[in-house]
Design a protein around this ligand. Sequence first.
Ligand code: IPD
Ligand code: CA
Ligand code: CA
Ligand code: CA
Length: 264
Amino acid sequence: MISSPLMTVMVDAVRKAARGLKRDYGEIENLQVSRKGPGNFVSAADRKAEEVLRDALMKARPGYGLVLEESGIVEGADKSHTWHVDPLDGTTNFLHGIPHFAISVGLEREGQIVAGVIYDPAKDELFVAERGKGAYLNNRRLRVSGRVDMADALVAYGSPYLGRGDHPKLLREVAAVMAVSGGIRRFGSAALDLAYVACGRSDLYWERDLQTWDIAAGIILVREAGGFVSSADGGAEPLAARSVCAGNEHLHGDLVKLLRRANA
Ligand code: IPD
Ligand code: CA
Ligand code: CA
Ligand code: CA
């Protein structure tokens, strides 16, 4: 485990918000569910968890800015630090009673992600990483998978909401990956998709049309676990591109090439 004042702040905030999510899970009739757009739901569970996170993070680090999925941007006096907060990643799973969702908090310092915490309350799995200090799941040090052959690889991906993103392009990519990989999955939480690459459950993951709060924490988890993360097009700045291609050192480049060929 990582013991630092920063990690304590992040883990305490996330665990506190998770208590509300655990209470709300399965209580859909009381959650004031509404739509932000087609297929894109939000509920009182998302909003309450975000409030807890915002209050805890602002109290512990008053000057830092925040980018919050549900309530937008809070400017801070300290321009070099920004939290990227997803209070409930996998809202669709949550509202359908599928126990695969997470809270994700990442900290950006001078343009670089320096710490990330992702917590899956249904499985009680806490993923943490801090720059230079490694990545952990509960108390176990993480390392990405060692698979070298695409034919053995489990590849996760994500798809954009109804009416958003380029679905025909994604279908070309999915067909190309399906044709050569060991298996393909759509789990429904971008944060956990990255955490699963970090802990070696998935060998690869790609997705476009994301937001910084979906991926900030996951990017540092994968990197601290020895993996590679680029944008889906292979670029060096996934956070700015709001897309990801993540995997171990053997397979990451193969997936980038495969996606490029599928779109050529
Ligand atoms: C969504 C999930 C999903 C991904 C979407 C995200 P939300 O986040 O991470 O896996 O495919 O692009 O928006 O809305 O449940 O926090
Ligand atoms: Ca959402
Ligand atoms: Ca999200
Ligand atoms: Ca969310």
